[in-house]
Design a protein around this ligand. Structure first.
Ligand code: ATP
Ligand code: MG
Length: 559
């Protein structure tokens, strides 16, 4: 693909603006509201805003859009900074807050009043809603719309001074109550809120509205391209109205792109917050959450998330991206970086009846089949081994190449074994297999070149490490939980399964956050938050293949 073909429409605009000399340097911002943790949708916005300036030698601000003191918290501020950094981006000294500009925003509000473009309204919130009209009916002017400039200036100053209660007055732009665009029907600019702000404390009791604060913050920071999601397209005329009225020295340009939606996941901070508050998940960083914190804890590498949003692309079309696309990005990344290990998730005991009781052999295992430079390790092999329950079937179908009564299988890096006897408990469940091994078939060194169709993984009973392994599934049962009337009704009750696993001994020294492939099972990492006593707690990051695609295919075949 040539450079031009790979350029999305925003990068094309930026390219043209640099080429024509309209801008010498590109300046963007990522403007989260600190009212929740960042999610996969934000990853797209972060990668776009920081990406376009990294590519062109520009600058990007991390600006907290903190104009809504009731919902914001320093906990979220800290989490957001951590997440952006972890994703691999650096704002250097450009960490700002809309609240840094409160004084300047107030001055702009005074200017709008002075030029007759804003007024103090004293209608109640309900009345204001009523006067606004609907999409099919024009609104009507507030009786306070014709207040004199002097009176407006006086009221605004007294609003700021704290003379009024919440909701008593509101400052509004004077635009057009009959505009077909509801955003232009005299939108509110400032409201009274007697609340302590997480960044400015009790300095203010009036707070600017989002559109006003956002536009002017962009202008003050000399943002060249103010990139936002499509729902702000209808706000652009208001954005431009503020710029036309106030004529700041620098005029930013707003450009909208479509939101990224992930199938089977929710990307609304309000709903994610509800999942946390109601205890449906462990917290914002629950490994099932589509938050950056959740995905990091789950073991998704930052590079895989960056790759994913690049693959999703920047467009104007609505997108719902399959979870499988994200998982494939994770697999591609981990496939290269993760060392191979052996672990048994649902253990079944195998006793090799003809193997000496007092011997432990060390067999050599490759750490990565395609990267010999990652070396090898030694695995203890002994008379009693764990294998996966799934790898044995008493009455298998025809093409079952794993272990069955009288059948043979190769133990990875070890010997060929044959199943001689099946031991059951009183309930009739298989609890142990008695097998014999063929001493001439040791992997790599054996004298026999006998081959069998199946190879299975195993862990030596005497040497295995106990671990709790958490197997995660999607949180919802439908592709678009965002649009469900009540997301509670579409929660997946089986999104977390916990198993008691056996790990090869080298995994005892694995560090939190380190990722490995458990052969034949998937990619796993040590959980960074939980330790149940001396046992490690391990997260399954992703299975080896796209099991969802397979499930969907099966469902389709079954009609
Ligand atoms: P939410 O609906 O989760 O509360 P938000 O848009 O209110 O999201 P902000 O903190 O205001 O959250 O978002 C910061 C930036 O991230 C904004 O520029 C917003 O447009 C962008 N953004 C939010 N969600 C998505 C998404 N799903 N896809 C792409 N960009 C997004
Ligand atoms: Mg927002």
């Amino acid at each position: 693909m040539s450079e031009t073909e790979s350029r999305d429409f925003i990068r094309q605009i930026i390219h043209d603006d640099l080429e024509s000399g309209k801008h010498e340097q590109i300046v963007t911002r990522f403007p989260p509201e600190p009212n929740g943790y960042l999610h996969i949708g934000h990853v797209m916005s972060i990668c776009l805003n920081f990406g376009v300036t990294a590519e062109t030698g520009g600058r990007t601000y991390l600006r907290f859009d903190d104009t809504n003191p009731g919902k914001e918290s320093p906990v979220y501020v800290e989490a957001i900074e951590h997440d952006v950094r972890w994703l691999g981006f650096d704002w250097e000294d450009r960490l700002t807050h809309a609240s840094d500009y409160f004084e300047s925003l107030y001055e702009s509000a005074v200017s709008l009043v002075a030029m007759g473009s804003a007024y103090v309204d004293s209608l109640s919130a309900d009345e204001i809603r009523e006067y606004r009209g609907t999409l099919t009916e024009p609104g009507k002017n507030s009786p306070h719309r014709s207040r004199s400039v002097e009176e407006n200036l006086d009221l605004l100053a007294r609003m700021r001074a704290g003379e009024f209660a919440d909701g008593e007055h509101v400052l509004r732009a004077k635009i057009d109550m009959s505009s077909p665009n509801m955003n232009l029907r005299d939108p509110a600019l400032y409201r009274i809120r007697h609340l302590t702000h997480q960044h400015t404390g009790d300095d203010w009791c009036i707070y600017p509205m989002y559109d006003f604060a956002h536009t002017l913050s962009d202008a003050l920071e000399h943002i060249t391209h103010s990139l936002c999601t499509l729902e702000f397209e209808d706000h652009r005329p208001l954005y431009n109205w503020f710029l036309d009225q106030l004529k700041p020295e620098h005029r930013p340009r707003q450009i909208e792109f479509s939101r990224l939606n992930l199938a089977y996941a929710i990307t609304s901070k309000r709903k994610l917050n509800a999942l946390v508050e109601e205890g449906i998940v462990e917290g914002w960083n629950d490994p099932r959450m589509p938050t950056i914190a959740g995905m990091r804890r789950r073991g998704y590498p930052a590079a895989a998330l960056r790759h994913f949003v690049t693959r999703a692309g920047v467009t104007k079309k609505d997108k719902l991206i399959e979870m499988g696309v994200l998982e494939n990005c994770v697999r591609e990344n981990l496939g290269v970086t993760s060392q191979r290990r052996m672990a048994v998730l649902r253990p079944l005991r195998v006793v090799l009846t003809n193997y000496p009781e007092d011997i432990v052999e060390m067999v050599t295992a490759m750490n990565h089949p395609a990267r010999p430079e990652l070396g090898t390790r030694e695995l203890p092999f002994s008379r009693e081994l764990w294998i996966e329950q799934d790898d044995f079937m008493e009455e298998p179908p025809r093409k079952f190449f794993r272990l069955k009564p009288g059948g043979e299988v190769r133990l990875r890096f070890g010997y060929i074994i044959r199943c001689d006897d099946v031991i059951k408990n009183e309930a009739g469940e298989v609890i142990e297999l008695r097998c014999s091994y063929d001493a001439d078939t040791r992997s790599g060194t054996g004298s026999s070149d006998r081959k069998v169709k199946g190879t299975i993984h195993w862990v030596s009973c005497a040497h295995g490490v106990d671990a709790e392994v958490r197997l995660y599934d999607r949180l919802f049962t439908v592709a678009k939980p965002n649009t469900a009337d009540d997301f509670h009704a579409v929660l997946n009750a089986d999104s977390l399964q916990v198993v008691e696993a056996k790990l090869e001994p080298s995994l005892a020294s694995m560090k939190a956050g380190e990722t490995v492939q458990f052969e034949r099972l998937g990619y796993f990492c040590i959980d960074s938050e939980e330790h149940s006593g001396s046992r490690p707690v391990i997260n399954r990051i992703v299975t080896l293949r796209d099991s969802w695609a397979r499930l969907e295919q099966q469902a389709m075949q079954q009609g």
